[in-house]
Design a protein. Structure first.
Length: 202
């Protein structure tokens, strides 16, 4: 009888030992598989959805369960990593079972397009969120003075933007006939509005 209880006690010890994770907490989970296939091919911090990460859990008794990753499962350091672009190892705990997965988060980007005086594209740039676009060199045009750009949205970029040059007409009366063919072009019209002061506060 003593041998029976010793054997039974040994079985219980082995079961408890096999149910422990590295930090000593018990778990009934035998294995866990992380499936990232539902995530977008190009995933960034804005389109990243935790619940698209599927978990397949296998328990000690052989039963299986499907679940999704939740924020409460992820450790604090890994949660912070998910706020930034880069290749990260994310650690999480499911029912005291510790696991991890690797993920690459791309930076959020926007298109910044610079146009010339005729509305032609002279520079098109893909800029990461919060970064600055590089302003192209605008040529001098006879009779016009280049004075700046239509907006400063190319700095600390947070959306897709189109940027146009603004020129002052040095001699409006003389230049009017020369550019008359362009009067229906909104970019040229902007020049006259700026020169007359009608566009300065808009």
């Amino acid at each position: 009888m003593k041998h029976f209880f010793r054997f039974f006690g040994l079985l219980i010890f082995i079961f408890l030992l096999s149910s422990c994770t590295t930090d000593g907490n018990t778990t009934n989970v035998s294995s866990l598989t992380v499936n990232l296939s539902a995530l977008p091919k190009k995933v960034n911090v804005e389109n990243f959805d935790l619940e698209l990460i599927k978990l397949t859990i296998v328990y000690q008794d052989g039963q299986t369960k499907e679940d999704v990753l939740k924020e409460s499962m992820i450790d604090k350091e890994s949660l912070d990593k998910l706020q930034h672009p880069g290749e990260h190892t994310i650690n999480f705990t499911y029912e005291n079972y510790k696991s991890s997965f690797n993920i690459k988060l791309l930076p959020i980007t926007y298109n910044v397009v610079f146009y010339d005086i005729d509305g032609n594209v002279i520079s098109e740039q893909v800029v990461s969120k919060g970064e600055n676009a590089n302003v192209p060199t605008y040529p001098n045009i006879e009779g016009f003075e280049y004075i700046g750009l239509s907006s400063n949205d190319y700095l600390n970029v947070s959306k897709d933007v189109n940027i146009y040059p603004i020129y002052n007409i040095l001699n409006p009366s003389a230049a009017l006939e020369e550019v008359g063919q362009y009067l229906y072009n909104k970019y040229i019209l902007r020049i006259f509005l700026w020169n007359t002061g009608n566009n300065r506060n808009k």
